[in-house]
Design a protein. Structure first.
Length: 559
Protein backbone atom coordinates (compact mmCIF):
# COMPACT_ATOMS: atom_id res chain seq x y z
CA UNK A 1 0.00 0.00 0.00
CA UNK A 2 1.45 3.33 -1.08
CA UNK A 3 1.82 6.33 1.25
CA UNK A 4 -0.60 9.21 0.71
CA UNK A 5 0.56 12.77 1.49
CA UNK A 6 -0.98 14.60 3.28
CA UNK A 7 -1.93 11.77 5.57
CA UNK A 8 -5.72 11.73 5.42
CA UNK A 9 -8.42 9.12 5.25
CA UNK A 10 -9.22 8.55 1.57
CA UNK A 11 -12.94 8.74 2.38
CA UNK A 12 -12.33 12.33 3.52
CA UNK A 13 -11.24 13.47 0.03
CA UNK A 14 -14.12 15.73 -0.97
CA UNK A 15 -14.07 15.32 -4.78
CA UNK A 16 -15.34 11.87 -5.77
CA UNK A 17 -13.27 11.37 -8.98
CA UNK A 18 -10.11 12.20 -7.01
CA UNK A 19 -11.27 10.02 -4.11
CA UNK A 20 -11.81 7.05 -6.45
CA UNK A 21 -8.46 7.58 -8.14
CA UNK A 22 -6.65 7.89 -4.81
CA UNK A 23 -8.15 4.62 -3.57
CA UNK A 24 -6.82 2.64 -6.53
CA UNK A 25 -3.43 4.37 -6.44
CA UNK A 26 -2.91 3.72 -2.70
CA UNK A 27 -4.16 0.13 -2.85
CA UNK A 28 -2.27 -0.97 -5.98
CA UNK A 29 1.04 0.88 -5.95
CA UNK A 30 3.88 -0.56 -3.80
CA UNK A 31 4.69 0.39 -0.22
CA UNK A 32 7.72 2.50 -1.14
CA UNK A 33 5.66 4.72 -3.43
CA UNK A 34 4.83 8.30 -2.36
CA UNK A 35 1.61 9.90 -3.60
CA UNK A 36 1.09 13.65 -3.11
CA UNK A 37 -2.57 14.60 -3.43
CA UNK A 38 -3.87 18.07 -4.27
CA UNK A 39 -0.39 19.58 -4.33
CA UNK A 40 -0.60 23.41 -4.52
CA UNK A 41 2.06 25.59 -6.09
CA UNK A 42 2.73 29.28 -6.47
CA UNK A 43 5.28 30.92 -8.68
CA UNK A 44 6.26 34.38 -9.81
CA UNK A 45 5.36 35.38 -13.34
CA UNK A 46 5.21 38.53 -15.44
CA UNK A 47 2.03 40.11 -16.71
CA UNK A 48 1.50 41.99 -19.98
CA UNK A 49 2.99 45.15 -18.50
CA UNK A 50 6.16 43.38 -17.45
CA UNK A 51 5.33 43.50 -13.74
CA UNK A 52 6.06 40.56 -11.48
CA UNK A 53 2.90 38.78 -10.36
CA UNK A 54 2.03 35.54 -8.63
CA UNK A 55 0.55 32.59 -10.50
CA UNK A 56 -1.04 29.68 -8.71
CA UNK A 57 -1.83 26.13 -9.64
CA UNK A 58 -2.67 22.74 -8.21
CA UNK A 59 -1.59 19.25 -9.16
CA UNK A 60 -4.11 16.52 -8.44
CA UNK A 61 -1.51 13.80 -7.88
CA UNK A 62 2.28 13.56 -7.89
CA UNK A 63 3.46 9.95 -7.84
CA UNK A 64 7.04 9.08 -6.89
CA UNK A 65 7.58 5.44 -7.81
CA UNK A 66 11.18 4.50 -6.93
CA UNK A 67 11.44 1.76 -9.59
CA UNK A 68 10.19 3.93 -12.47
CA UNK A 69 10.29 7.68 -11.74
CA UNK A 70 7.89 10.56 -11.08
CA UNK A 71 4.49 10.97 -12.74
CA UNK A 72 2.10 13.93 -12.49
CA UNK A 73 -1.59 12.97 -12.79
CA UNK A 74 -4.40 15.35 -13.69
CA UNK A 75 -7.90 14.01 -12.87
CA UNK A 76 -10.94 15.11 -14.88
CA UNK A 77 -14.08 13.60 -13.45
CA UNK A 78 -17.63 13.66 -14.68
CA UNK A 79 -18.82 13.57 -18.31
CA UNK A 80 -16.18 15.28 -20.45
CA UNK A 81 -16.38 16.32 -24.12
CA UNK A 82 -13.71 17.48 -26.55
CA UNK A 83 -14.32 19.48 -29.74
CA UNK A 84 -11.62 18.61 -32.27
CA UNK A 85 -12.45 21.65 -34.46
CA UNK A 86 -12.03 24.22 -31.72
CA UNK A 87 -9.90 22.12 -29.37
CA UNK A 88 -12.25 23.14 -26.57
CA UNK A 89 -12.73 20.95 -23.54
CA UNK A 90 -16.04 20.98 -21.65
CA UNK A 91 -17.76 19.28 -18.77
CA UNK A 92 -21.35 18.25 -19.50
CA UNK A 93 -23.51 19.30 -16.55
CA UNK A 94 -26.65 17.47 -15.42
CA UNK A 95 -28.72 20.10 -17.19
CA UNK A 96 -26.97 19.28 -20.45
CA UNK A 97 -25.22 22.66 -20.49
CA UNK A 98 -21.51 22.74 -21.37
CA UNK A 99 -19.03 24.25 -18.94
CA UNK A 100 -15.60 25.04 -20.33
CA UNK A 101 -12.58 23.54 -18.61
CA UNK A 102 -8.85 23.77 -19.15
CA UNK A 103 -7.09 21.43 -21.55
CA UNK A 104 -6.20 18.66 -19.06
CA UNK A 105 -3.04 17.67 -20.93
CA UNK A 106 -1.81 21.25 -21.04
CA UNK A 107 -2.68 21.55 -17.35
CA UNK A 108 -0.72 18.39 -16.52
CA UNK A 109 2.22 19.55 -18.65
CA UNK A 110 2.30 22.94 -16.91
CA UNK A 111 2.17 21.33 -13.49
CA UNK A 112 4.99 18.94 -14.37
CA UNK A 113 7.24 21.74 -15.60
CA UNK A 114 6.62 23.76 -12.44
CA UNK A 115 7.66 20.75 -10.33
CA UNK A 116 10.63 20.04 -12.58
CA UNK A 117 11.87 23.61 -12.15
CA UNK A 118 11.29 23.58 -8.38
CA UNK A 119 13.10 20.26 -7.93
CA UNK A 120 16.06 21.40 -10.03
CA UNK A 121 16.30 24.67 -8.12
CA UNK A 122 15.86 23.35 -4.59
CA UNK A 123 17.09 19.77 -4.85
CA UNK A 124 19.76 19.83 -7.54
CA UNK A 125 21.02 23.42 -7.37
CA UNK A 126 19.60 24.37 -10.76
CA UNK A 127 20.86 21.35 -12.76
CA UNK A 128 19.84 21.20 -16.43
CA UNK A 129 18.30 17.73 -16.16
CA UNK A 130 16.84 15.55 -13.47
CA UNK A 131 18.59 12.17 -13.13
CA UNK A 132 15.41 10.08 -13.23
CA UNK A 133 12.40 9.51 -15.51
CA UNK A 134 9.45 11.89 -15.14
CA UNK A 135 6.30 12.77 -17.07
CA UNK A 136 2.57 13.31 -16.83
CA UNK A 137 -0.77 11.63 -17.60
CA UNK A 138 -4.49 12.43 -17.41
CA UNK A 139 -7.15 10.29 -15.70
CA UNK A 140 -10.80 10.29 -16.82
CA UNK A 141 -12.29 8.12 -14.04
CA UNK A 142 -15.87 8.50 -15.32
CA UNK A 143 -15.24 8.14 -19.08
CA UNK A 144 -13.91 5.82 -21.75
CA UNK A 145 -12.51 7.12 -25.03
CA UNK A 146 -12.38 6.00 -28.61
CA UNK A 147 -10.61 7.28 -31.65
CA UNK A 148 -7.26 9.02 -31.82
CA UNK A 149 -6.15 11.05 -28.82
CA UNK A 150 -6.10 14.88 -28.99
CA UNK A 151 -2.95 16.84 -29.96
CA UNK A 152 -0.54 16.98 -27.07
CA UNK A 153 -1.42 13.51 -25.84
CA UNK A 154 -0.72 9.84 -26.49
CA UNK A 155 -2.65 6.69 -25.49
CA UNK A 156 0.09 5.86 -22.96
CA UNK A 157 -0.80 8.95 -20.91
CA UNK A 158 -4.61 8.65 -21.09
CA UNK A 159 -6.16 6.65 -18.24
CA UNK A 160 -9.90 5.90 -18.48
CA UNK A 161 -12.46 4.37 -16.10
CA UNK A 162 -11.58 0.81 -17.14
CA UNK A 163 -7.91 1.48 -16.36
CA UNK A 164 -8.47 2.26 -12.68
CA UNK A 165 -8.28 -1.38 -11.48
CA UNK A 166 -4.93 -1.64 -13.27
CA UNK A 167 -3.68 1.89 -12.60
CA UNK A 168 -0.40 0.63 -11.17
CA UNK A 169 0.44 -0.95 -14.53
CA UNK A 170 -0.68 2.15 -16.39
CA UNK A 171 1.55 4.37 -14.24
CA UNK A 172 4.54 2.15 -14.96
CA UNK A 173 3.72 1.99 -18.69
CA UNK A 174 3.41 5.77 -18.90
CA UNK A 175 6.80 6.26 -17.25
CA UNK A 176 8.29 3.70 -19.64
CA UNK A 177 7.04 5.87 -22.51
CA UNK A 178 8.38 9.05 -20.88
CA UNK A 179 11.86 7.57 -20.47
CA UNK A 180 14.44 9.40 -22.56
CA UNK A 181 16.62 6.28 -22.50
CA UNK A 182 16.24 2.65 -23.45
CA UNK A 183 14.79 1.91 -20.04
CA UNK A 184 13.35 3.95 -17.20
CA UNK A 185 15.75 5.58 -14.78
CA UNK A 186 14.64 4.76 -11.22
CA UNK A 187 14.49 7.27 -8.37
CA UNK A 188 17.23 6.49 -5.85
CA UNK A 189 16.96 7.05 -2.10
CA UNK A 190 19.02 10.24 -2.34
CA UNK A 191 16.86 11.47 -5.22
CA UNK A 192 13.69 10.85 -3.20
CA UNK A 193 15.13 12.86 -0.32
CA UNK A 194 15.90 15.72 -2.69
CA UNK A 195 12.45 15.64 -4.27
CA UNK A 196 10.74 15.63 -0.87
CA UNK A 197 12.94 18.46 0.34
CA UNK A 198 12.14 20.45 -2.81
CA UNK A 199 8.38 20.02 -3.02
CA UNK A 200 7.52 19.67 0.68
CA UNK A 201 10.27 21.46 2.61
CA UNK A 202 10.16 21.69 6.37
CA UNK A 203 8.39 24.90 7.33
CA UNK A 204 8.78 26.00 10.93
CA UNK A 205 7.09 29.06 12.35
CA UNK A 206 9.29 30.33 15.15
CA UNK A 207 7.86 32.92 17.53
CA UNK A 208 9.81 36.17 17.28
CA UNK A 209 11.11 37.05 20.72
CA UNK A 210 10.00 40.68 20.76
CA UNK A 211 6.42 39.72 19.83
CA UNK A 212 6.35 37.04 22.51
CA UNK A 213 7.49 39.54 25.11
CA UNK A 214 4.96 42.11 23.89
CA UNK A 215 2.19 39.57 24.45
CA UNK A 216 3.46 38.70 27.93
CA UNK A 217 3.88 42.38 28.76
CA UNK A 218 0.23 43.07 28.02
CA UNK A 219 -0.75 40.40 30.54
CA UNK A 220 1.67 41.65 33.19
CA UNK A 221 0.52 45.24 32.75
CA UNK A 222 -3.08 44.20 33.09
CA UNK A 223 -2.25 42.34 36.29
CA UNK A 224 -0.27 45.23 37.75
CA UNK A 225 -3.19 47.61 37.25
CA UNK A 226 -5.18 45.44 39.64
CA UNK A 227 -2.91 46.61 42.46
CA UNK A 228 -4.47 50.04 42.13
CA UNK A 229 -7.38 48.48 43.97
CA UNK A 230 -5.30 48.70 47.14
CA UNK A 231 -5.12 52.48 46.84
CA UNK A 232 -8.88 52.60 46.48
CA UNK A 233 -9.16 50.38 49.56
CA UNK A 234 -6.94 52.70 51.59
CA UNK A 235 -9.32 55.50 50.67
CA UNK A 236 -8.86 58.56 52.87
CA UNK A 237 -6.31 56.91 55.21
CA UNK A 238 -3.49 59.39 55.68
CA UNK A 239 -0.72 57.21 57.17
CA UNK A 240 0.09 53.67 56.04
CA UNK A 241 2.83 51.11 55.55
CA UNK A 242 2.55 48.85 52.50
CA UNK A 243 4.71 45.73 52.47
CA UNK A 244 5.08 43.95 49.15
CA UNK A 245 7.23 41.30 47.54
CA UNK A 246 9.52 42.23 44.67
CA UNK A 247 7.43 42.79 41.58
CA UNK A 248 4.23 43.53 43.46
CA UNK A 249 4.01 47.03 42.00
CA UNK A 250 5.20 49.07 45.01
CA UNK A 251 7.00 51.77 43.01
CA UNK A 252 4.14 52.12 40.59
CA UNK A 253 1.69 52.42 43.48
CA UNK A 254 3.91 54.96 45.23
CA UNK A 255 3.84 57.13 42.11
CA UNK A 256 0.09 56.59 41.69
CA UNK A 257 -0.51 57.66 45.29
CA UNK A 258 1.65 60.76 44.79
CA UNK A 259 -0.46 61.69 41.77
CA UNK A 260 -3.61 61.02 43.78
CA UNK A 261 -2.44 63.45 46.49
CA UNK A 262 -1.48 65.98 43.81
CA UNK A 263 -4.99 65.73 42.37
CA UNK A 264 -6.18 66.87 45.79
CA UNK A 265 -3.88 69.90 45.59
CA UNK A 266 -1.33 68.48 48.06
CA UNK A 267 2.37 69.15 47.61
CA UNK A 268 4.00 65.72 47.78
CA UNK A 269 7.55 64.49 48.33
CA UNK A 270 8.30 61.06 46.86
CA UNK A 271 11.64 59.87 48.20
CA UNK A 272 13.57 56.63 47.67
CA UNK A 273 17.09 55.35 48.31
CA UNK A 274 18.36 54.66 44.79
CA UNK A 275 19.42 57.68 42.72
CA UNK A 276 18.72 55.93 39.41
CA UNK A 277 15.26 54.97 40.57
CA UNK A 278 14.53 58.56 41.61
CA UNK A 279 15.58 59.80 38.17
CA UNK A 280 13.46 57.11 36.54
CA UNK A 281 10.34 58.02 38.52
CA UNK A 282 10.92 61.73 37.99
CA UNK A 283 11.01 61.27 34.22
CA UNK A 284 7.72 59.37 34.23
CA UNK A 285 5.81 61.97 36.29
CA UNK A 286 3.32 63.66 33.93
CA UNK A 287 4.08 67.33 33.31
CA UNK A 288 0.80 68.39 34.86
CA UNK A 289 1.99 67.13 38.28
CA UNK A 290 5.50 68.58 38.36
CA UNK A 291 4.56 71.66 40.37
CA UNK A 292 3.11 69.49 43.13
CA UNK A 293 5.29 66.33 43.12
CA UNK A 294 8.98 66.40 44.06
CA UNK A 295 10.97 63.20 43.50
CA UNK A 296 14.31 62.79 45.30
CA UNK A 297 16.63 60.06 46.49
CA UNK A 298 17.33 60.51 50.18
CA UNK A 299 20.90 61.79 49.93
CA UNK A 300 19.92 64.06 47.06
CA UNK A 301 17.27 65.54 49.34
CA UNK A 302 19.89 66.05 52.07
CA UNK A 303 22.24 67.78 49.62
CA UNK A 304 19.59 70.07 48.14
CA UNK A 305 18.12 71.17 51.47
CA UNK A 306 21.61 71.83 52.86
CA UNK A 307 22.32 74.01 49.84
CA UNK A 308 19.01 75.86 50.28
CA UNK A 309 19.98 76.50 53.92
CA UNK A 310 23.41 77.78 52.90
CA UNK A 311 25.15 74.85 54.57
CA UNK A 312 28.23 73.04 53.30
CA UNK A 313 27.47 69.48 52.22
CA UNK A 314 30.50 67.42 51.26
CA UNK A 315 31.39 63.86 52.29
CA UNK A 316 34.85 63.50 53.89
CA UNK A 317 37.58 61.26 52.58
CA UNK A 318 37.47 59.16 55.74
CA UNK A 319 34.44 57.77 57.55
CA UNK A 320 32.43 58.32 54.38
CA UNK A 321 29.95 55.59 55.31
CA UNK A 322 29.20 57.28 58.62
CA UNK A 323 28.66 60.56 56.76
CA UNK A 324 26.01 59.06 54.48
CA UNK A 325 24.40 57.08 57.31
CA UNK A 326 24.35 59.70 60.07
CA UNK A 327 25.77 63.11 59.21
CA UNK A 328 23.73 63.65 56.06
CA UNK A 329 20.48 62.97 57.95
CA UNK A 330 21.57 65.32 60.78
CA UNK A 331 22.32 68.07 58.29
CA UNK A 332 18.93 67.54 56.68
CA UNK A 333 17.22 68.07 60.04
CA UNK A 334 19.22 71.26 60.59
CA UNK A 335 18.37 72.49 57.10
CA UNK A 336 14.66 71.79 57.55
CA UNK A 337 14.64 74.20 60.49
CA UNK A 338 16.03 76.94 58.23
CA UNK A 339 14.16 76.22 54.97
CA UNK A 340 10.47 77.14 55.09
CA UNK A 341 9.42 74.66 52.39
CA UNK A 342 7.34 71.77 53.71
CA UNK A 343 5.23 69.09 52.05
CA UNK A 344 1.60 68.15 52.60
CA UNK A 345 2.43 64.47 52.05
CA UNK A 346 5.55 62.31 52.12
CA UNK A 347 5.77 59.00 50.27
CA UNK A 348 8.76 56.69 50.73
CA UNK A 349 9.67 53.88 48.35
CA UNK A 350 12.38 51.30 49.26
CA UNK A 351 11.65 51.95 52.94
CA UNK A 352 13.63 48.85 54.00
CA UNK A 353 16.83 50.65 52.96
CA UNK A 354 16.29 53.63 55.28
CA UNK A 355 18.20 53.80 58.59
CA UNK A 356 16.14 54.48 61.74
CA UNK A 357 17.59 58.00 62.11
CA UNK A 358 16.36 59.00 58.63
CA UNK A 359 12.69 58.91 59.57
CA UNK A 360 12.84 61.93 61.87
CA UNK A 361 13.79 64.44 59.15
CA UNK A 362 11.12 62.94 56.86
CA UNK A 363 8.54 63.57 59.58
CA UNK A 364 9.93 67.08 60.10
CA UNK A 365 9.69 67.99 56.42
CA UNK A 366 6.00 67.08 56.55
CA UNK A 367 3.81 70.13 57.12
CA UNK A 368 1.88 68.28 59.85
CA UNK A 369 4.87 66.58 61.44
CA UNK A 370 4.43 63.07 62.79
CA UNK A 371 0.68 63.33 62.25
CA UNK A 372 1.04 64.34 58.62
CA UNK A 373 0.20 62.26 55.58
CA UNK A 374 2.85 59.59 55.00
CA UNK A 375 2.94 56.33 53.03
CA UNK A 376 5.90 53.95 53.19
CA UNK A 377 6.36 51.10 50.66
CA UNK A 378 8.91 48.46 51.58
CA UNK A 379 10.05 44.84 51.28
CA UNK A 380 12.21 43.55 54.16
CA UNK A 381 13.64 40.87 51.87
CA UNK A 382 15.26 43.53 49.68
CA UNK A 383 17.37 45.12 52.41
CA UNK A 384 20.71 45.72 50.67
CA UNK A 385 22.10 48.66 52.62
CA UNK A 386 20.94 48.73 56.24
CA UNK A 387 23.20 46.54 58.41
CA UNK A 388 20.68 46.23 61.22
CA UNK A 389 17.06 45.29 61.76
CA UNK A 390 14.70 47.45 59.78
CA UNK A 391 12.77 50.24 61.47
CA UNK A 392 9.68 52.04 60.23
CA UNK A 393 7.74 55.01 61.55
CA UNK A 394 4.58 54.37 63.56
CA UNK A 395 2.12 54.03 60.69
CA UNK A 396 0.03 51.17 61.99
CA UNK A 397 -0.28 47.55 60.89
CA UNK A 398 1.17 47.19 57.39
CA UNK A 399 -1.02 46.40 54.40
CA UNK A 400 0.23 43.47 52.37
CA UNK A 401 0.96 43.11 48.65
CA UNK A 402 1.82 39.41 48.52
CA UNK A 403 1.42 38.81 44.78
CA UNK A 404 4.20 39.21 42.22
CA UNK A 405 2.92 41.03 39.14
CA UNK A 406 6.16 42.07 37.46
CA UNK A 407 7.77 38.78 36.54
CA UNK A 408 6.67 35.79 34.54
CA UNK A 409 5.71 32.84 36.72
CA UNK A 410 8.97 30.99 36.12
CA UNK A 411 11.12 33.99 37.07
CA UNK A 412 8.95 34.61 40.15
CA UNK A 413 9.50 30.94 40.99
CA UNK A 414 13.27 31.44 40.79
CA UNK A 415 13.01 34.39 43.20
CA UNK A 416 10.95 32.29 45.58
CA UNK A 417 13.56 29.52 45.38
CA UNK A 418 16.32 31.96 46.36
CA UNK A 419 14.45 33.04 49.49
CA UNK A 420 13.03 29.58 50.19
CA UNK A 421 9.59 31.14 50.54
CA UNK A 422 6.41 31.04 48.51
CA UNK A 423 5.79 34.07 46.29
CA UNK A 424 2.29 33.95 44.83
CA UNK A 425 1.64 34.95 41.23
CA UNK A 426 -1.63 35.50 39.44
CA UNK A 427 -3.09 32.36 37.91
CA UNK A 428 -3.34 34.01 34.50
CA UNK A 429 0.15 35.48 34.59
CA UNK A 430 2.33 34.36 31.64
CA UNK A 431 4.50 31.31 32.32
CA UNK A 432 7.46 32.66 30.34
CA UNK A 433 10.84 31.08 29.68
CA UNK A 434 12.62 29.07 32.34
CA UNK A 435 15.58 31.07 33.76
CA UNK A 436 18.94 29.79 32.56
CA UNK A 437 21.49 29.17 35.32
CA UNK A 438 25.01 28.06 34.41
CA UNK A 439 28.55 28.05 35.75
CA UNK A 440 31.72 28.95 33.84
CA UNK A 441 35.39 29.13 34.81
CA UNK A 442 36.95 32.09 32.97
CA UNK A 443 36.15 35.68 31.98
CA UNK A 444 36.38 34.58 28.35
CA UNK A 445 33.56 32.09 28.92
CA UNK A 446 31.37 34.79 30.48
CA UNK A 447 32.00 37.07 27.48
CA UNK A 448 31.07 34.35 24.99
CA UNK A 449 27.84 33.61 26.83
CA UNK A 450 26.93 37.29 27.02
CA UNK A 451 27.64 37.68 23.29
CA UNK A 452 25.45 34.68 22.55
CA UNK A 453 22.46 35.97 24.52
CA UNK A 454 22.75 39.51 23.22
CA UNK A 455 22.82 38.06 19.71
CA UNK A 456 19.81 35.84 20.38
CA UNK A 457 17.80 38.60 22.05
CA UNK A 458 18.74 41.79 20.22
CA UNK A 459 20.06 40.74 16.82
CA UNK A 460 17.79 37.74 16.18
CA UNK A 461 14.94 38.32 18.61
CA UNK A 462 14.63 42.02 17.70
CA UNK A 463 14.53 43.28 21.27
CA UNK A 464 15.51 46.91 21.68
CA UNK A 465 18.82 47.48 23.54
CA UNK A 466 16.85 49.44 26.18
CA UNK A 467 14.98 46.22 27.02
CA UNK A 468 18.17 44.42 28.08
CA UNK A 469 20.48 44.92 31.07
CA UNK A 470 23.60 43.14 32.31
CA UNK A 471 23.97 43.13 36.11
CA UNK A 472 26.94 42.24 38.25
CA UNK A 473 27.85 42.44 41.95
CA UNK A 474 30.91 44.39 40.79
CA UNK A 475 31.50 47.61 38.91
CA UNK A 476 32.39 47.01 35.27
CA UNK A 477 36.15 47.50 35.71
CA UNK A 478 36.15 44.60 38.20
CA UNK A 479 33.76 42.36 36.31
CA UNK A 480 34.30 39.65 33.72
CA UNK A 481 33.31 42.20 31.04
CA UNK A 482 35.87 44.83 32.07
CA UNK A 483 37.36 45.04 28.55
CA UNK A 484 34.11 44.51 26.65
CA UNK A 485 32.55 47.68 25.23
CA UNK A 486 30.28 46.13 22.60
CA UNK A 487 29.03 42.83 21.26
CA UNK A 488 28.15 42.17 17.60
CA UNK A 489 27.75 45.90 17.07
CA UNK A 490 25.64 46.38 20.23
CA UNK A 491 27.05 48.99 22.61
CA UNK A 492 27.41 48.04 26.27
CA UNK A 493 27.04 51.21 28.33
CA UNK A 494 27.01 52.06 32.03
CA UNK A 495 25.21 55.33 31.26
CA UNK A 496 21.57 54.82 32.17
CA UNK A 497 20.54 57.82 30.05
CA UNK A 498 22.14 56.23 26.98
CA UNK A 499 20.34 53.00 27.78
CA UNK A 500 16.97 54.68 28.16
CA UNK A 501 17.53 56.44 24.82
CA UNK A 502 18.07 52.99 23.24
CA UNK A 503 21.73 53.65 22.43
CA UNK A 504 23.02 50.49 24.06
CA UNK A 505 22.52 47.63 26.48
CA UNK A 506 23.02 48.69 30.11
CA UNK A 507 25.75 47.40 32.40
CA UNK A 508 25.02 48.10 36.07
CA UNK A 509 25.79 46.84 39.52
CA UNK A 510 22.96 45.04 41.24
CA UNK A 511 22.71 47.78 43.87
CA UNK A 512 22.75 50.50 41.21
CA UNK A 513 19.84 48.84 39.39
CA UNK A 514 17.76 48.30 42.50
CA UNK A 515 14.19 49.47 42.02
CA UNK A 516 14.50 49.35 38.23
CA UNK A 517 13.53 46.57 35.84
CA UNK A 518 14.23 45.27 32.33
CA UNK A 519 12.53 42.81 30.04
CA UNK A 520 15.71 40.71 29.82
CA UNK A 521 18.51 40.43 32.39
CA UNK A 522 21.91 38.73 32.26
CA UNK A 523 23.31 38.43 35.80
CA UNK A 524 27.04 37.67 35.72
CA UNK A 525 29.83 36.92 38.20
CA UNK A 526 27.47 35.44 40.76
CA UNK A 527 29.60 34.00 43.61
CA UNK A 528 28.83 31.10 45.89
CA UNK A 529 26.14 32.33 48.28
CA UNK A 530 27.81 30.64 51.24
CA UNK A 531 31.18 32.30 50.68
CA UNK A 532 30.54 35.83 49.45
CA UNK A 533 29.90 38.36 52.18
CA UNK A 534 29.52 41.16 49.63
CA UNK A 535 26.74 39.43 47.68
CA UNK A 536 24.07 38.11 50.00
CA UNK A 537 20.91 36.16 49.35
CA UNK A 538 18.98 39.44 49.34
CA UNK A 539 21.24 40.77 46.55
CA UNK A 540 20.60 37.65 44.51
CA UNK A 541 16.86 37.95 45.07
CA UNK A 542 16.82 41.62 44.08
CA UNK A 543 18.91 40.99 40.96
CA UNK A 544 16.77 38.15 39.65
CA UNK A 545 13.53 39.96 40.40
CA UNK A 546 14.56 42.82 38.08
CA UNK A 547 13.99 40.54 35.05
CA UNK A 548 10.45 40.68 33.75
CA UNK A 549 10.56 38.10 30.92
CA UNK A 550 14.04 36.62 30.38
CA UNK A 551 16.71 35.78 32.94
CA UNK A 552 20.17 34.28 32.56
CA UNK A 553 22.37 33.77 35.63
CA UNK A 554 26.07 33.10 35.06
CA UNK A 555 27.97 31.85 38.10
CA UNK A 556 31.73 32.12 37.97
CA UNK A 557 33.92 29.56 39.70
CA UNK A 558 36.43 31.06 42.08
CA UNK A 559 40.11 30.47 41.33
Amino acid sequence: MARLIPKVQIDEIAVKPERDTAKFLVDLLPDDCLIYHSYPWLRTDRNDRGNTTLREGETDFVIILPTHGMLVLEVKGGEISYDADTRDWNRILDSGRLKGIQDPFEQARRNLHYLEKAIKLRGYQGADHLPFTYGYAVVFPDCEYRGPTPPGSEPAIVFSASDLPFIDRRVMAALNQWSRRDRVTPVGREDIDRIVKAISPGFDLLPVLFRKIEEQEEKLFRLTKEQHNLLAFLGTKTRACIEGVAGSGKTMLAQAQAEKFADQGMSTLLVCYNKNLANWINETIPDGYRDLITVKHFHGLCSEWARKAGMQFSPPRIDVEQFWRDTAADQLMDAIDMVPQKFDAVIVDEGQDFYPNWWMPLEMINANGDEGTMYVFYDPRQNLYVDQAGSLPALGEPYMLPTNCRNTRLIAGKCAEILAVEIPTRGDAPLGEKPTVLTVEMDYDVKKRVERYLGDWVKDGKLEPRQVAILSPNIKSRSSLKSMTSSRGILITDDIAQWKNNNGVLFSTVKGFKGLEADAIILIDVPDQNEASFFKRSDYYVACSRAKHLLVVIHKEED
